[in-house]
Design a protein around this ligand. Structure first.
Ligand code: ZN
Length: 184
């Protein structure tokens, strides 16, 4: 496995609509290795999610993983999940506002309002159908990551840019150690 270079805000690949992955492509050794590399890159960056455009590949693949650890003792547990060609089937009108950060938007945090509950369909790395009905923080992670496949960053979703803050100031003036500010 190898670490992949992360595309940062300003790179046009983050603004493109990613292409779906065909069954044939998904089955290739190269693509399976790419998925493994995405997982390794997410873990190395201490992120809880990563979308393929963030590593310069404009394909509809997302990896997610979250678990309690020393740095984030209240983090919800999401076992490693690979989503290929994800599509939302439902997004609640009820919303939830929380802090978000992103591996492609270094050292910034901002408050984003999103649907509180979602239903998402995708396939896993073996091409098997997945249906997720998630609420609260895990639902936010799904929305943040799927946004990357549509060319959106969390800052696009901010209604009020006055909460956009550098990490240093976030620690000083906003909430320290809140669990839902890991980079995704
Ligand atoms: Zn992100």
């Amino acid at each position: 496995m190898s670490l992949l270079k992360i595309a940062k805000m300003g790179n046009p690949i983050l603004r493109k609509i990613a292409e779906p992955v065909s069954t044939k492509e998904l089955e290739t050794v190269e693509f399976q290795k790419f998925i493994d590399d995405m997982v390794e890159t997410m873990r190395d960056g201490d992120g809880l999610g990563l979308a393929a455009p963030q590593v310069h590949v404009s394909k509809q693949v997302v990896v997610i993983e979250s678990f309690e650890n020393e740095r984030y003792p209240d983090a919800p547990t999401i076992p490693l999940l690979i989503l290929v060609n994800p599509v939302f089937k439902y997004m609640s009108r009820e919303t939830r506002t929380g802090w978000e950060g992103c591996l492609s938007v270094d050292n910034l945090r901002g408050k984003v309002t999103r649907s509180r509950a979602v239903k998402l369909e995708a396939v896993d790395r073996n091409g098997n159908a997945l249906v997720l009905e998630w609420e609260d923080f895990p639902a936010v992670v799904l929305q943040h990551e799927t946004d990357h496949l549509r060319g959106h960053l969390f800052i696009d979703r901010m209604k009020d840019l006055s909460t956009l803050t550098h990490l240093d100031e976030f620690g000083k003036f906003w909430i320290k150690g809140e669990n839902d500010v890991r980079e995704v």
